[in-house]
Every structure is written in C-alpha cells, then in structure tokens.
Write a protein that binds this ligand. Structure first.
Ligand code: UGA
Length: 461
C-alpha cells in the first residue's frame, strides 16, 4: 500500500535503538532499517560484529536481518531515505541549571530533530524517546519548507538482559499521537509495523502525554515496589522475620503479584531513578509539592537502603571496623544478567567501604574490567583503595569480609548450582571471615560449615 512504511532510520545505536530496530526488521520482512550514530566507534563495532552490548538472542536476530538492517554514520543520507525516524539517543538527567538533578536533558533529541528538519526533502514521521510536545514546537519554528512532520511517542519497556524477549513478547506497546487525522494516520503506520507480531489488543494508541506519563508511571511504580520491600529488610533484621518469606506472602496475593519484590541493596540502572526524578520535576513544575515529595520518598528510601548495608556490615565488625580491612565485593553490574555497570548500586557500597579506610577488591563475572575501572575512576576511587580482580579467588584471597552485591548465579552455593570453590575461598580469608550476602544467593549453613560468619539481607544475624 502507498502508506506502508518500508524505510526506517533509527538515530542512536545503543541498547534501545539497536534492539528495537533488530526486532522490527526481523518481524517485518518488507522493511529496511538504517541505524545511525555519530560515534564511529559504536557503528564500527556493530559492523565488525564485536558487539558493544551483550543481549541474549540479539546476535542471532541481527544475523537473520543482515540484508535489511544496516549500520552507518551517514546520518543525513539515512534521514533522507526514511519516512519513519526513531530517535533513540540518551536523555540523561540535567546536571546544571534549571531542573538540575531532576529534569530530562533532551538536548541530544533536540539536536536530532533540528537535523531532521534541516536535511529532509520529504515528509517524515518522527518517534522520539520523550517530550513530544517540546519537539512539535521546535519543528514548527524550524520548518520553513512546508513539509509534514508527525511526532509520535512510543516508549520502550525493555529491561536490560531480556530486551529481545521483551520486544518479542511485550505486555503492551504504547503509541501516542496528536489527536488529528494526520496524527492518527502516522500512528496507524507504526501500529501496522508492530502488528506483524503483536496481537492488536496489546497495542494501545493514545495521546502523547498519556504515552509519556504512562511510561514514567510504570517505571516509578516498579521502583516503588522495590523500595517498599527494601524498607522492610531492616525491620526483618531487627525482629527476626525473613524478607524472602515476606516477599512471598505479599506476592501470593493475586492483586499484588510476585514481580519486583526481590529485596536488594537498592535498585540501580539508568531508568528508575531518572524517570522518578522526571516525575518529581513534572509534579514540582505543575505546583504539586506533595506529589513530588511522595515520589521523591522512593528515591530517598533507595539511598537509605544503599547506605545502610555498609552500616550493617560495620556494626557487626565491632572494634575491628576501625582497622584497615580487606573486603571483597562480588558483583558490580547493576543487576545479574547484564554487563552494564552504569548507575550500579554497588558503587555506593564500594565508596562507603573505601571511605571508612578499607581496601576493596572487586570481581564481576561478566562486566568488563575497564568499565568497572572507569566507573571507579569517575567516582574518584583510586586504584590503591579499590581494585578490580580477575577472578573470585583473587578477590577473596586474604579478605576479612566478602560482600555479595549482584545476584549472579556464579555466587550461588546450593549443591548443583555451586560453581565456585567455596572451601578454598573460606580457607584463604582472614578472621572474622564475614560473608555479607546482599542478594540472598548463598546457603548460610553451608558457608558457616566452612568457617564463615554469614550476614544476610533481611534476616536476623
Ligand atoms: C527497567 C524496567 O524493568 C523496564 O520495564 C523499563 O523498560 C526499563 O527500566 C527502561 O525504562 O528502559 P532495567 O533498568 O533494565 O529495566 O532493569 P530492572 O530489571 O527493572 O532492574 C532495575 C533495578 O532494580 C536493578 O538494580 C535490579 O537489581 C533492581 N531490582 C529489580 C530489585 O532490587 N528487586 C526486584 O525485585 C527487581
């Protein structure tokens, strides 16, 4: 059909852009997609198949769509060839000036839109990853050629480590459009791409504000569940309740459900905190201070949770805590199943331990050593105080304390799941041989049998 979209340009070759493009191409054989990025290094890596991100199934899908999905740095050519453009670039939190620490920094998106308007010679549908309204205004200002640009909102709901699965089997796809015939027409074209594999009742079209606020609300409420369960860990530790049992008791109520109730040392990742800050900023700017405070409490709870773990370890160490100890931190990525170390909650623990004068040795089974080092460096944690070890043995050798900070399977101790030589690890430790399990992955009895003292999250010591 004349209106059928067949040429797509995706600006931004990161997580969201690449995974979404790969699945769209995979499920729509008539579509051609070019993923562009200003970073030669990133595009080069995708082209040379030394993928900059690791995501299950992504490689297989890219192999199958290799004829129809290209990576390029020629942004102008790709924009011009496309009739539908996805903008999947970073929108970090503003670090300076108005909205500092809360608002979204949309400058990269704005630059993309300016570029699109400047170089386009035909009508386009634009799908940014945020603030559609702001972009429409910008387009109206800059559009001197009389072309038609439709802005759609299509928030992603991908979790790192399951991005392809989430794209293939989404709970829902949301497409926000302006309530005009042209807006509806543009939305219908994007809907038809998703209909290639997603049942129509899971594709919801709405206005752009609902679409954008809906995304913020979903992330804020997921994070809220984690903060809620995390707020109960300290109570469990005091009274002798077990946080795992609490999660189960709560989650068995079908109205609540079992997901996102795993207690942790705090949530991390690039989305939850950023989106809550965005919601807080929105509420503040509309004059709703109570609402802003309500959501802010989730972040405060999360900061409290991250900070209280070091407190707890330290209080258990007693007078020893004031001597210089060696502490092995196992796991550094922001959650198991991803190599991503940006916004990891583990950094707080490392920083606090180093701040108290201890030497920290970090090991992560999947995250790249350079990425961990870069994160430590940005946090001003010098190499003499926080070092990255090549394996768990090396990290734990001579340690007084081991802290498990990411729930990697590698750290599980149950028979059949056990991958590490815990006996040698225990033998190589120094007194008091304390194991802090921040992820509830070890079997305390087993490690105690090896001479360790075990401290668990959300359980009385
Ligand atoms: C999150 C959402 O889950 C996605 O739906 C959303 O699309 C994405 O943000 C986004 O906005 O792009 P992600 O940040 O990749 O995905 O990871 P999650 O699996 O949600 O985990 C976030 C953090 O919460 C991690 O630090 C994780 O360890 C922690 N978490 C998660 C818990 O502490 N307890 C839980 O029960 C679940």
């Amino acid at each position: 059909a004349k209106d059928q979209t067949t040429r797509i340009c995706c600006i931004g070759a990161g997580y969201v852009g690449t995974c979404t493009s790969a699945v769209l191409a995979y499920k729509n054989p008539s579509v051609r997609i070019t993923v562009v990025d200003t970073s030669e290094a990133k595009i080069g890596a995708w082209r040379s198949r030394s993928f900059p991100i690791s995501e299950p199934c992504l490689q297989e899908i890219l192999k199958q769509v290799v004829e129809r999905l290209a990576f390029s740095t020629d942004i102008e050519a790709a924009i011009n060839a496309a009739d539908l453009i996805f903008i999947c670039v970073d929108t970090p939190t503003v670090t300076k000036g108005t909205g500092e620490g809360f608002a979204l920094d949309t400058s990269a998106v704005v630059a993309c839109v300016a570029k699109i308007v400047e170089v386009s010679t035909s009508d386009k549908i634009i799908v940014p990853c945020g603030t559609a309204d702001q972009l429409r205004k910008l387009i109206t200002q800059k559009n001197t050629k009389g072309l038609n640009f439709e802005v759609l909102s299509n928030p992603e709901f991908l979790a790192e480590g399951t991005a392809i699965h989430d794209l293939l089997h989404p709970d829902r796809v949301i497409i926000g459009a302006e309530n005009t015939p042209k807006g509806s027409n543009a939305a219908a074209r994007l809907v038809s791409l998703y209909q290639a594999w997603i049942p129509s009742d899971r594709i919801k079209t709405t206005n752009t504000w609902s679409s954008e606020l809906g995304k913020l609300a979903a992330n804020a409420m997921l994070a809220q569940r984690i903060s809620s369960i995390n707020s109960l860990t300290a109570i469990c530790e005091s009274v002798g309740a077990d946080i795992q049992d609490i999660s189960q008791i709560v989650g068995l109520d079908h109205r609540i459900g079992p997901h996102m109730l795993q207690a942790s040392i705090g949530f991390g990742g690039s989305c939850f905190e950023k989106d809550i800050r965005c919601l807080v900023y929105l509420a503040e700017s509309l004059g709703f201070r109570h609402i802003a405070r309500y959501w802010m409490a989730d972040l405060e709870m999360n900061d409290f949770q991250k900070a209280s773990q070091t407190e707890r370890i330290t209080s258990l160490l007693g007078p020893l805590a004031s001597s210089k100890l060696t502490i092995a931190v196992l796991g550094f990525s922001f959650k198991a199943g991803t190599t991503d170390v940006r916004s990891t909650p583990v950094l707080t623990i490392v920083r606090d331990l180093v701040g108290r004068g201890h030497k920290v040795k970090i090991f992560d089974p999947k995250a790249k050593k350079e990425d961990i080092q870069e994160t430590l460096c940005k946090a001003n944690l010098g190499r003499e105080r926080a070092i990255v070890s090549l394996n768990a043995m090396q990290a734990c050798d001579g340690a007084h304390v081991i802290a498990i900070a990411t729930a990697w399977d590698e750290f599980r101790t149950r028979p059949g799941l056990r991958r590490m030589d815990w006996k040698s690890i225990a033998d190589g430790m120094q007194q008091p041989r304390l194991m802090f399990d921040g992820c509830n992955v070890v079997d305390a009895k087993y490690l105690e049998g090896l001479g360790m003292k075990v401290l668990e999250l959300g359980r009385k010591q």
